[in-house]
Design a binder for this molecule. Sequence first.
Ligand code: NAD
Length: 489
Amino acid sequence: MLSFDPEKVSLPAGHYIGGQHCQSQGAAFEVKRPSDGSVYATLQDATPQDVDRAVTVAHQALKTSGWSGCPPRERGRVLRRWADLIEQDTLLAQLEALGSTRPISDVVLHEIPFTAEAIRFYAECADKFSGDLFPTRDSSLGMLIAEPYGVIAAITPWNFPLSMASWKCGPALAAGNAVVLKPSELTPFSTVRMAELAIQAGLPAGVLNIVQGSGAVTGSALVTHPLVRKVSFTGSTVTGKRIMSDAAQHGMKPVTLELGGKSPQLVFDDAGDLEVLAQRILRGFTANGGQACVAGTRLIVQRNIADPLVERLAQLCRELKPGVTWQEESRYAPLIDERQGNKVCSVIAAAKAQGAEVLVGGERFAHTGDGWFWQPTLLSHVAQDNPAVQQEIFGPVLTVQTFDDEEQGLAMAAHDTYGLCAGVHTLSLPRAMRAMRAIDAGTVWINRYGRSGDFIIPTGGFLGSGIGKDLGRQAFQACQRQKSVLIDF
Ligand code: NAD
């Protein structure tokens, strides 16, 4: 039985620095449950002084604990134990379901295993990648040595708190760094529990610290702290630009930026079974209530199959039913909060003002109390410059555009701002390959939509969707800096 009583989940306190929970004197903020909008906790922003303490503790912990210098396999052992604890911890799953938009069965079946497996992947990386040796004169030796940066700042969004934390902490810790992580102020608790489990698994206290608070106060103090040597961020494109600028001004720090998206699902008339396609496209834009950076929110479909496909999609949309995240049978996620609800509302209104027609949905579900459950929404009659095509809505809203030939379809798939990912649906290999080459996106899925559990495949955006990669060995190597050495002997 996975259902639980939301009033009976014990919350870990505040910030977690040096293996200790601590409070702060920063401005108070309320934390609400997305499913019913009720306030379930009040926390304080970590002030710049708190952030300074967290970063200093992390810096000292690296010096005293030997984490950077220990045999890499030892780091791998700790990370594997951490992954095991993550999978076994009921409280962690409940905290995630309580505070985020993920229903408990989704957390237990997907989010937790996904988080644990990502950490195991980086446990394996710890001793698999080394530097290089260069051909030089016989009397000298040229080498490239990979070493950890030191303290890495990780900043995560609210839509997948646990897995985002694992994508940041896994490679950074495996490579021998310390981490100070700031989760979203909307979803603060599961990450603290995750850090407690890391210390239980044998990570030296202080090597992973969590600070809570707003981006403007806590996040900004973290990015600009002089002892932070690299920033790994996942969130919106607007914040990513700000962070890149702050990191440049305060120490020329390297950044990994995983940002927003507005991804196309390009469906050709030779894509096969319409039922399979409709189910795939539905999942692509409604998973987590559409609050996924990779959400496939632009359906671009060849005209001669558009009507039956869209009709079936509309039926499937009507079948999705909302449910609070602490009930085992709930499948359909709420929006994170009222602000996000208002944003979805306002983009749909702007889209309609520019000619869009609502085929299904377009409103908040009735009778769901103060939770913001949004009806899966299909919008047709949208030109390329319609706000619903241009803006990342971050809700379950799919625009529908039709095309006649490949060239036109590919032109519609292009986006001025974003290049995170794309789905191409066709059983023609030459067409799939042409589309894959033409599309300006960091990930192209062919005849599927969404990530797999293959953590070896990196992910990251082009254009306004970001810089650098999470996952894969690329993320591990991005947590190391390369030192060139030349020895004369
Ligand atoms: P956001 O940019 O508002 O906030 C993300 C994090 O940044 C939060 O922890 C926030 O407190 C912090 N932050 C805000 N301002 C800051 C500042 N000036 N300095 C430092 N930190 C600051 O994003 P969000 O609304 O939490 O998340 C949704 C966004 O995240 C969407 O755009 C989505 O596409 C994106 N996202 C991208 C990926 C990816 O892999 N590309 C994955 C998940 C989410």
